[in-house]
Ligand binder design. Structure first.
Ligand code: SF4
Length: 317
């Protein structure tokens, strides 16, 4: 069944089979990160709104949960941009919790952690995965390109405050590493000092593995990633990994791949592996995906990716 706000389950880098909720319009964000796989932000805003009726989102979630078998590993509030811009986020988390005992995760850029109301809302989640890409204002503005009104020091302090307030779940922090931009030993040292103050439950360091918004946002090498893991005091990195994810019998493989591509640009070799692991001949499905007007093919880093065309949705996480 196709929904407007709920999608998946899709394979998530860290959350396994993740049933996603997108409570905001496409590419609505308070950042326009140079590495964003969704391209440049076209709705750059810092204004929190109830973009869609809470009741409609929860009704879809209830229906999706009743039709998802096996159950997903997580319900994740992600969005095609920044989900803390959804004004009734706290009620959304609580409403979702009323429907399922599956852990609820929120993936955020952390910009609005400076706001007490956002911290209170996020404190209800089982996992809050927040970005922290730069330890200084100058680097923050260069990488994340925030909308007016977002102050680096307030955001950083908000992260520290959130990490130390009474919370239901865990705080995970992710740093996106970009070659020649935030990968120097000095930057990593400064980031480690901030993280020592935050004391998150888990730290991830990653690098773009899909085409970024700006061509100058280059990934670091695998060696640099390992060095950064150490420099950050034992961070983990992860590639885009399908794990045990397969396409369920009886579902349309093209639509399943299309759904994944809408959320994550998908590498051709991963799509092939997913189909083969699911006992499906990959060639006709990949041919159909190439011919589907909703998607386009892009080459990046020696790999072929399937991406959604503008106006057909997309999200991070
Ligand atoms: S990477 Fe996330 S925070 Fe950055 S612009 Fe894209 S959606 Fe917004």
């Amino acid at each position: 069944m196709r929904y407007r706000y709920v999608y998946g389950p899709i394979p998530s880098r860290r959350l396994g089979r993740s049933l996603g909720i997108s409570p905001i319009p496409d590419k609505t964000c308070n950042f326009s990160c140079i590495y964003c796989m969704l391209g440049r932000t076209d709705h750059l805003t810092g204004e929190r709104q109830e973009f869609f009726a809470l009741e409609d989102i929860l009704a879809e979630l209830k229906d999706a949960l009743s039709h998802t078998s096996p159950p997903p590993d997580h319900v994740s509030i992600v969005g095609n941009g920044e989900p803390t811009l959804y004004l009734r986020l706290g009620e959304l988390i609580q409403g979702a919790r009323g429907l399922t005992s599956i852990p609820i995760a929120v993936i955020t850029n952390g910009a609005l952690l400076s706001e007490p109301a956002v911290r209170t809302a996020l404190a209800e989640a089982d996992i809050v995965l927040t970005s922290f890409n730069a330890p200084t204002e100058e680097l923050f503005r260069r990488i994340d390109r925030p909308c007016p009104g977002i102050a680096f020091e307030a955001m950083k302090q908000g992260l520290v405050d959130f990490a130390h307030m009474p919370r239901r779940g865990q705080v995970w922090v992710e740093m996106m590493l970009l070659e020649g931009i935030n990968d120097s030993p000095e930057t990593l040292d400064q980031t480690r000092w901030v993280l020592q103050e935050v004391r998150p439950d888990r730290v991830f360091v990653d690098t773009p593995i899909r085409p970024p918004a700006e061509s100058f946002a280059h990934p670091v090498t695998p060696d640099a990633l390992v060095l950064a893991e150490r420099a950050l005091g034992g961070a983990q990195s992860s590639g885009f990994n399908f794990g045990a994810f397969t396409i369920a019998t009886g579902t349309d493989p093209l639509e399943t791949l299309a759904e994944v591509c809408k959320r994550h640009p998908m590498r051709e070799d991963q799509a092939t592996l997913l189909l083969v692991n699911s006992g499906i001949d990959p060639l006709p499905v990949l041919d159909a995906l190439r011919a589907d007007a909703r998607f386009r093919v892009e080459h990046y880093g020696g790999q072929t990716f399937f991406l959604v065309r503008e106006g057909n949705g997309g999200s991070v996480g």
